[in-house]
Design a protein around this ligand. Structure first.
Ligand code: MLT
Length: 410
């Protein structure tokens, strides 16, 4: 009989968000009367419609595809030049950061890129993740066979967990041991924390002196309000030699259902070969993309490009203002309810301490049963998340006002 990838058998039963969805479904089957007023603040999924500029650009792109003269078949696997140029200019050059167009690879999502990038990295790299952590970083390493078994506390042998807590401002200290690949996510999912220039500089210096790679997930950079907080790891000198950056249009452009993201792979980024030499990652990622991916659709990339037009930028800004307005209202409500909250000021997530002694899943159940509100249990993001829960600010204003009201009756 053929065999399977036994690494999958090491995984926890279900990925966090489907597991939450399963529990909510079970609750609704038992309490169908709750269906009409259930409010989902669990998964960070956008609620507001696509910006008008995006819809218009996608409509025109559809029309182009319907005419022989402008029809397009396979596109460049790395993405169309028109989008790569806009990204290089607006996301990087405007901030004084050097990123060349051909260092930008357009994809259908940061989640996929985060998983696929492991294909071009050696199996024996020591991985470090923040704890709490976006579960995709851990699970994809488990699937790829870079870890041992799961331990009683839900952590995996072979991974270095960097604890993030309120004492360190949810920015971990440098590890004592040498690690090869470090996942950093700022603004952070799930804690909503941001990393200062000084903190990121410490990490870049660590990575350069230990020849490590930083996988920097900047999916939420557009939500930063504080002008002193870096939006990109490349704002830190030396980062081009040690960091990859993942970015997404999902949250800032309302693209969770449209699918478009990009990864930056600087040409200076070198890795050790099995023979002890050095090789650049850029051609390897290019090889991987051109072999195992056929690019994002023209229509989608035209939609993403429209986010950079004058009209599109204004519409993105109003989406950010809307979600950050939600975050401010939720913060106020949580504080008024007597709970301790972090995040929500430079990120669309609030990281809330469960009432004394309550475990994360107990809070999840209580919020679901008593208030008909779905949150994400902090322990689902790792053992350091125990005793916390996450509230997503991605919602309509009416729902947020209703959540605030229900929290006041806590
Ligand atoms: C989340 O809720 O953490 C995000 O929606 C996950 C994601 O972006 O994949």
């Amino acid at each position: 009989m053929f065999s399977l990838n036994s690494n999958y058998l090491k995984l926890k039963a279900g990925y966090l968000f489907p597991e939450i969805a399963r529990r909510v479904k079970e609750f609704l089957e038992a309490h169908p009367e709750a269906a009409t007023d259930l409010i989902r603040c669990g998964i960070g999924d956008v609620t507001e419609p696509l910006p008008r500029a995006v819809c218009d650009a996608m409509h025109s792109a559809v029309d182009e595809m319907g005419i022989r003269e402008t029809f397009r078949g396979y596109g460049p696997e790395q993405g169309y030049d028109f989008l790569r140029k806009l990204i290089a200019k607006h996301d990087y050059q405007f901030r004084g950061v050097t990123v060349a167009e051909d260092e930008i690879f357009i994809s259908d999502g940061s989640k996929c890129d985060g998983a696929n990038i492991l294909d071009i990295l050696g199996k024996n790299n020591r991985i470090a993740v923040m704890d709490p952590v976006y579960p995709v970083y851990v699970d994809t390493n488990v699937m790829a066979g870079r870890t041992g078994n799961m331990q009683d506390d839900g952590s995996y042998e072979g991974i270095t967990y960097l604890e993030c807590n309120h004492e360190n401002g949810f920015v971990p200290s440098l590890p004592q041991e040498k690690v090869d690949i470090i996942y950093l996510c700022y603004p952070n999912n799930p804690t909503g924390a941001v990393a200062s220039r000084e903190a990121l500089t410490r990490w870049v210096e660590y990575a350069r002196s230990h020849h490590s790679l930083i996988l920097f997930d900047a999916a939420y950079e557009a939500f930063i309000q504080d002008p002193d907080i870096p939006h990109s790891i490349y704002e830190i000198p030396g980062a081009r030699e040690c960091a990859l950056e993942l970015r997404s249009f999902s949250k800032k452009g309302g693209f969770t259902g449209v699918r478009c993201a990009f990864t930056v792979v600087p040409k200076e980024l070198l890795a050790r070969t099995a023979q002890g030499g050095q090789a650049s990652l850029h051609p390897l990622w290019n090889r991987r993309m051109t072999t195992a991916f056929n690019g994002v659709s023209y229509i989608t990339q035209r939609g993403a490009a429209a986010l950079y037009s004058e009209e599109g930028q204004a519409q993105v800004q109003s989406l950010i203002t809307h979600y950050m307005g939600n975050a401010a209202l939720l913060r106020e409500a949580v504080i008024a309810a007597g709970l301790t909250v972090y995040g929500g000021t430079n990120a669309p997530y609030l990281w809330v301490q469960s009432p004394l002694g309550e475990k994360s899943w107990e809070t999840f159940d209580r919020m679901l049963h008593d208030h008909h509100i779905v949150v994400t249990p902090g322990s689902g993001f790792g053992s350091a998340g125990e005793g916390y829960f996450r509230i997503s600010a991605f919602n309509s204003r009416d729902n947020v006002l209703e959540v605030a009201k229900r929290l006041s009756l806590r």
